[in-house]
Design a binder for this molecule. Structure first.
Ligand SMILES: Nc1ncnc2c1ncn2[C@@H]1O[C@H](COP(=O)(O)OP(=O)(O)O)[C@@H](O)[C@H]1O
Ligand SMILES: [Mg+2]
Length: 237
């Protein structure tokens, strides 16, 4: 499958049309951004690591009954996937408090939450991805019905129920993550985008070491090594 016209250039990926109107190709870039694009950098090899990690995790989720946009990994930096209409809601799943949740609500960093929290942010960089409640999402017509919001939450919890024990077996705490969803040509809601250390937080269960994009956000260094270790643990049987 060949890349055709550039459809969209985002912060971490470029999206290309293909000869098949239902398929698009993502090119995973080495660029890193944080704090809504205020902090920028690049790390050679980061894009390929995210492509490989996402590929493995989409395969795992598909095998466990979650519909995703994944078709195949084409090469180090390219993934072929189903084209969707993106739902402009970032679905955030949190098992442990950190980041903006700790900051905004004063919850101690590292506190294990009494239950898994699912939140919605409006995917809009100009507005700084503000928090949404269900009424906001319906007023903005980000989905058609309340049922669809319920479905996003249900699917996000299912993903957590698969990924959390999977990573625990590999010695990683799945602290939180961000998911995106879209509607395919049959109007089915499917999981899209990427699942990688750019949008998941992983903490080593033994050392507490951060193995995700917080290394960049917090200027800790060693980002690529951390992503490589995440991929290694995924590939370990
Ligand atoms: N299957 C898909 N079909 C159409 N658009 C998609 C699909 N998967 C992801 N996208 C969108 O493509 C873009 C991916 O590029 P990215 O660099 O992550 O963008 P952003 O800067 O918006 O986060 C995102 O806007 C994402 O919503
Ligand atoms: Mg993105």
């Amino acid at each position: 499958m060949q890349k055709r016209a550039l459809l969209y250039e985002g912060k971490a990926k470029r999206l290309f049309l293909t000869d098949d109107e239902n398929l698009v190709i993502s090119e995973f870039k080495d660029d890193l951004t944080a704090f809504n694009g205020e902090k920028k950098s690049s790390e050679a090899g980061k894009g390929a690591l995210n492509n490989k990690i996402s590929t493995e995790l989409f395969k795992l989720l598909e095998a466990n009954g979650i519909p995703t946009h994944f078709v195949e990994m084409l090469d180090d930096n390219h993934m072929l996937h189903t084209k969707v209409d993106v739902i402009l809601i970032e679905v955030i799943v949190r098992n442990i408090a950190t980041g903006s949740l700790s900051k905004n609500l004063g919850i101690e960093d590292g506190k294990v939450l009494p239950f898994t929290l699912v939140e919605f942010d409006y995917k809009d960089d100009d507005l700084g991805d503000p928090k949404l409640n269900d009424q906001h999402a319906l007023i903005l017509e980000l989905v058609e019905h309340q049922d669809e919001l319920d479905k996003l939450r249900r699917m996000a919890r299912q993903v957590n129920d698969i990924l959390k024990p999977y990573f625990a077996k590999k010695g990683l705490n799945l602290v939180d993550f961000k998911l995106e969803f879209g509607k395919d040509r049959n109007n089915n809601i499917i999981l899209i985008d990427e699942i990688s250390p750019d949008n998941c937080r992983f903490w080593d269960m033994e050392t507490g070491e951060k193995m995700d994009k917080d290394r960049f956000r917090q200027g800790l260094g060693g980002l690529k090594v951390a992503y490589e270790k995440v991929l290694e643990r995924i590939l370990e049987k």
